[in-house]
Design a protein around this ligand. Structure first.
Ligand code: HEC
Ligand code: CU
Length: 422
């Protein structure tokens, strides 16, 4: 085995600080904090980087023998090349810039309704600039070459054989490296910004299940709701749990998104800053009716939210339940609670049995017995959904309504079902 030369050892020592700097940047870029991985990991990565560095310096680049190539073209050819290069560069800038402007101003995003949207949208706009430029760089030079340097009639010659271009290779390695690190840095600082705890946060508990959402407000005596009402400009801390499988909480207008994992409480911070009605949707495919896992999100001025949270009517947003007839109220509650994403009211087959003609129906159960659908049966089906299963259906109805629906709610739902059987 050859002993390492003195030059190699000196280069290695010189490379170490560079390796350290590079590794540190890399870790920031990947969002890994030193706190989590410690200085020893950094050292190992730094030494690896230094070794890679030496291989580059000592190998293909071989600094000792590196020389800039002499131009082989005639002056006329050089002028010609410069002209082509200029035209293609000009087209790249124009097309890339145009594309970036169009992408970042083209109204491709939903309305921004939270303070967290601002840094996220800015970052995305920045990406569009890089994407526009890269797209133009590749496609303009390619299309230009295909068109301008195409084979003419009678041209049977071969192309010039070129073997590498060290200067170009260094540039197209170093420039993207810096860009990627810079974006990594932006990503970490943005993530820190949008997940930082805020003063005066209101906790809203999110209970996700196949296939609906429930929200409760510990600050308001554990008020529960199937729709997410939020006050404008108050930082919200969502504490989210799942009853069954993986779900993901996503209101596109708020931009941020967070998985909900059974057995764990995950957190998400949002400060809604724009009144309006939005939808929360599940962004993790979670079973048959995943696409129906939608909930209403209503952002209100603080006074109106206060009214809602303390059980008073709020102007124009919520239906005044008291003014409705029992079947109308039942329909409203069934929709608000997500029952109708599994139970159709028109006879079509969804995840659960249709409610058309349900009242008084002779229902065959999966143990072979037959039950008549009456008030007691319906109550039992809602309060203990898995006690008796309708033949042909699995135990997928969420076992959650016992502490959400009041006795009156259930009476209204029963009245609604009766109205579907006349
Ligand atoms: C995730 C889907 C799902 C949701 C949401 C759901 N159910 Fe069900 N439901 C089912 C399935 C599946 C069955 C049949 C199996 C069984 O009996 O549990 C069922 C059965 C029933 C039955 C018995 C039906 C029959 O024909 O015998 C009633 C009554 C009922 N659900 C009421 C409700 C009400 C009220 C709500 C809302 C508060 C609701 N369900 C929400 C899936 C769902
Ligand atoms: Cu889901």
């Amino acid at each position: 085995m050859r002993r390492p030369s003195k030059r190699l050892i000196i280069t290695f020592l010189l490379c170490l600080p560079v390796g350290f700097a590079l590794s540190w940047l890399m870790m920031i870029g990947l969002g890994i904090t030193l706190r989590a991985y410690g200085i020893s990991t950094l050292t190992i990565v730094a030494i690896l980087n230094a070794i890679i560095f030496i291989f580059i310096l000592d190998g293909p680049l071989n600094l000792k023998t590196f020389e800039w190539p002499d131009p082989v073209e005639s002056e006329e050819e050089q002028n010609d090349n410069a002209r082509h290069f200029l035209i293609a560069s000009f087209l790249t800038v124009v097309i890339g810039g145009g594309l970036a402007l169009w992408l970042s101003n083209g109204n491709f995003y939903p309305i921004a309704a939270s303070t967290q949207s601002v840094p996220i949208d800015n970052l995305l706009d920045l990406h569009f600039w890089v994407i526009g430029f890269l797209f133009a760089l590749v496609s303009v030079f390619m299309v230009y070459s295909i068109v301008v340097f195409r084979r003419r009639d009678g041209d049977d010659g071969d192309g010039v054989y070129m073997h590498g271009n060290a200067a170009l290779e260094i540039i197209w390695t170093v420039v993207p490296l810096i860009v990627v690190f810079y974006f990594g840095y932006l990503g970490v600082t943005n993530l820190n910004e949008i997940t930082a705890p805020q003063p005066d946060e209101m906790v809203v508990e999110v209970d996700a299940f196949q296939w609906a959402w429930n929200f409760s407000y510990p600050e308001y005596g554990d008020k529960k709701s199937a729709q997410l009402y939020l006050p404008r400009n108050r930082p919200i801390l969502f504490k989210m749990t799942s009853r069954d499988v993986l779900h993901s909480f996503w209101v596109p207008e708020f931009r941020v998104k967070q998985d909900i994992v059974p057995g764990r409480t995950t957190e998400l911070r949002v400060t809604p800053n724009r009144d309006g009605e939005y939808k929360v949707r599940c962004a993790e495919i979670c079973g048959l009716a995943h696409t129906n896992m939608l909930g209403d999100v209503v952002v209100l001025p603080p006074e109106e939210f206060e009214a809602w949270a303390t059980g008073q009517p709020i102007g124009g947003v919520e239906v005044d339940l008291a003014s409705l007839s029992p079947p109308e109220r039942g329909q409203f509650i069934a929709q608000a609670q997500g029952c109708t994403s599994c139970h159709s009211i028109d006879g079509s087959q969804l995840v659960g049995p249709t409610w058309l003609g349900i009242y008084g129906r002779e229902e065959e159960l999966d143990d072979g017995s037959v039950a008549t659908v009456d008030e007691a049966y319906i109550r039992e089906s809602i309060l203990q959904p898995h006690l008796k299963l309708v033949a042909g259906f699995g135990p997928v109805m969420p076992d959650v309504y016992a502490n959400i629906l009041s006795d009156e709610d259930m009476n209204d739902i029963i009245a609604f079902m009766q109205s579907l059987s006349n």
